[in-house]
Design a protein around this ligand. Structure first.
Ligand code: HEC
Ligand code: HEC
Ligand code: HEC
Ligand code: HEC
Ligand code: HEC
Ligand code: HEC
Ligand code: HEC
Length: 275
C-alpha cells in the first residue's frame, strides 16, 4: 500500500469504492461471528447493493473537522461511537464521518446551519437503509414500529453519535428494558410478580423492528412460551407444563390468551401471571 500523501490524493473513482467496501467486509466478519445466519443476510445485502455516498444537490463532503466548528461536542463524542469505526484517517474516507448519515454538508456549513441543506435520519430513515438494507425489509413487515411512517426514529432506540449504537452494548439485560420501557411503561414494571423472561430482555419475545406476527412477537403461538417452559408428555396423552396438567387449557388458545397467562410481562395479582 502507498503511504498517504495529502498533496496527491488518490483518484476518487476506484478507491472510493474500496473505502465503502472495507468497513462492509469488517462488518461481515462481525456478522458471521456473532449473528450467524442473520449476519450473512445483512452482509450479502450490504456488499451487493449501491452503498454509494448520500447526495444533496450542489453540496460536497467537507469532513468532521468542518462540522466541529459549530457542533463541537457531537464531533468530540463521536469518536466513541460504533459508527466512528467506519471512518479511516485521511481524506479519502471523509464522507464516512458525520456525513455518512447527514449527506454532504458544504451548503449547510456555508449557510451557517439550517434544515434545508442537510439530511436528518429522524425525518428520513433511508439514510440508514443505504447500509442496513435488510432493515428496510424488517420495517416493511405487517407489524412494525412506525419508523418509515415518520412517527418515530431509529434514534429512539439507537445511539448514532456516542457510545454503542445499541443501548448498553447489545446485552439483552437491563439496557434493552430501559430502551423499550421509556415508551411502554406498562410493560416495564416493576411488578409484584415478575416474569423472569422479561429480565432477559424484550427481544426474548419481540422483534424490535418488525415481524410477521401481531404485536411483533417472535412466534405467534405457544411455541413462544415453550422455548423456555418445558412441555412434558404424560402417558395418557396429557400435557404437563410447569408441573401442572395443561391438557384442557391448551384447547383454549395460546398460553397468553383465553384468560390464561394474560399478564405475560408481570402481574401484581398472582405468580401464575393470569391478570
Ligand atoms: C457554521 C456553523 C455550522 C456548521 C459548520 C455545521 N452546522 Fe450543522 N447546524 C448548525 C446550526 C446553527 C444548526 C441548527 C439549525 C436549526 O435548528 O435551524 C445546525 C443543525 C444541524 C442538523 C440538524 C438539522 C435538522 O434537521 O434540524 C444537522 C443534522 C447538522 N447540523 C449536521 C451538520 C453536519 C454533518 C455538519 C458538517 C458537515 C454541520 N452540521 C456543520 C450550524 C452548523
Ligand atoms: C449513524 C448515523 C449518524 C452519524 C454518523 C451521525 N449522525 Fe447526527 N443524527 C443521526 C440521527 C439518527 C439523528 C436524529 C436523532 C433522533 O432521532 O433523535 C441525528 C441528529 C443530528 C443532529 C440534530 C440534533 C440532534 O442531536 O438530534 C445534529 C446537529 C447532528 N446529528 C450532527 C451530527 C454530527 C456533527 C455528526 C458527526 C460527529 C453526526 N451527526 C453523525 C445519525 C447520525
Ligand atoms: C455508511 C454505512 C452506514 C450507515 C449510513 C449507517 N450504518 Fe449503522 N453500521 C454500519 C456498519 C458497517 C456497522 C458495523 C460497525 C462495526 O461493528 O464495526 C454498523 C453498526 C450499526 C449498529 C450496531 C450493530 C451491532 O451489532 O452492534 C446499529 C444499531 C446501527 N448501525 C444502526 C444505524 C442507524 C440507526 C443508522 C442511521 C441513523 C445507521 N446505522 C447508518 C454502517 C452504516
Ligand atoms: C423500537 C426500538 C428500535 C428501533 C425503532 C430501531 N431499532 Fe434497531 N435494534 C433494536 C434492538 C433492541 C436491537 C438489538 C436486537 C438484539 O439484540 O436482538 C436492534 C438491533 C439493530 C441492529 C444490529 C443487529 C441487527 O439486527 O442487524 C441494526 C443494524 C439496527 N438495529 C438498525 C436499525 C435501523 C437502521 C433502524 C431504523 C430504520 C432501527 N434499527 C430502529 C431496537 C430498535
Ligand atoms: C419512542 C417510543 C418507543 C420506543 C422506545 C419503543 N416503542 Fe414499541 N411502539 C411505539 C409505537 C409508537 C408503537 C405503535 C403503536 C401503535 O401502532 O398503536 C409501538 C408498538 C409496539 C408493539 C406492538 C403493540 C401493539 O399493540 O401492536 C410492541 C410489542 C412494541 N412496541 C415493543 C417494543 C419493544 C420491545 C421496544 C424496545 C426494543 C419498543 N417497543 C420501543 C413506540 C416505542
Ligand atoms: C415472555 C415473552 C415476552 C416478553 C419477554 C415481553 N413481551 Fe411484550 N408481549 C408478549 C406477548 C405474548 C404479547 C401479546 C399479548 C396479547 O396478545 O394480548 C405482548 C404484547 C406487548 C405489547 C402490546 C400491548 C399488549 O400488552 O398487548 C407491548 C407494547 C409489549 N408487549 C412490550 C414489551 C416490552 C417493552 C417488553 C420488555 C420490557 C416486553 N414486551 C417483553 C410477550 C412478551
Ligand atoms: C426467555 C425464557 C422464557 C420465555 C420465552 C417465557 N418464559 Fe415464562 N418464565 C421463565 C422463567 C425463567 C420463569 C421463572 C422460573 C419458572 O417458574 O419456571 C418463568 C415463569 C413463568 C410463569 C410463572 C410460573 C409460576 O407459577 O411461578 C408463568 C405463568 C410463565 N412463565 C408463563 C409464560 C408464558 C405464558 C410465556 C409465553 C408468552 C412465557 N412464560 C415465556 C422464562 C420464560
Amino acid at each position: 500500500m502507498k503511504a498517504e500523501n495529502p498533496h496527491n490524493p488518490p483518484p476518487t473513482h476506484a478507491p472510493a469504492g474500496r473505502d465503502w467496501l472495507a468497513p462492509v467486509v469488517r462488518w461481515c466478519v462481525v456478522g458471521f461471528g456473532t449473528l450467524g445466519a442473520a449476519g450473512m443476510i445483512s452482509c450479502a445485502s450490504v456488499s451487493r447493493t449501491v452503498v454509494t455516498p448520500l447526495t444533496i444537490p450542489g453540496a460536497e463532503f467537507v469532513g468532521n473537522e468542518n462540522c466541529a466548528q459549530c457542533h463541537a461536542e457531537l464531533v468530540r463524542d463521536f469518536k466513541t461511537s460504533t459508527h466512528a469505526r467506519l471512518q479511516a484517517k485521511g481524506t479519502n474516507a471523509m464522507h464516512l464521518g458525520c456525513e455518512a448519515c447527514h449527506g454532504p454538508g458544504s451548503l449547510h456549513a456555508q449557510a451557517g446551519g439550517g434544515r434545508q441543506n442537510i439530511l436528518n435520519p429522524r425525518r428520513d430513515s433511508d439514510t440508514c437503509f443505504q447500509c442496513h438494507l435488510d432493515k428496510r425489509g424488517e420495517f416493511a413487515l405487517p407489524h412494525h414500529h412506525p419508523v418509515t411512517e415518520g412517527k418515530m426514529s431509529c434514534g429512539d432506540c439507537h445511539h448514532p453519535h456516542k457510545g454503542s449504537a445499541i443501548a448498553g452494548g447489545g446485552t439483552h439485560l437491563a439496557s434493552e428494558h430501559e430502551t423499550c420501557a421509556k415508551c411502554h411503561t406498562a410493560q416495564g414494571g416493576p411488578f409484584v410478580f415478575e416474569h423472569e423472561a422479561v429480565r432477559e430482555g424484550c427481544t426474548a419475545c419481540h422483534k424490535p423492528h418488525g415481524s410477521v406476527n401481531r404485536k411483533m412477537l417472535t412466534e405467534r403461538n405457544a411455541t413462544l412460551c415453550l422455548k423456555c417452559h418445558f412441555q412434558q408428555q404424560a402417558a395418557a396423552g396429557s400435557v404437563f407444563i410447569g408441573g401442572r396438567d395443561h391438557t384442557a387449557f391448551l384447547t383454549r388458545g395460546s398460553c397468553f390468551s383465553g384468560g390464561c397467562h394474560e399478564a405475560v410481562h408481570g402481574s401484581n395479582i398472582g405468580s401464575s401471571l393470569r391478570f
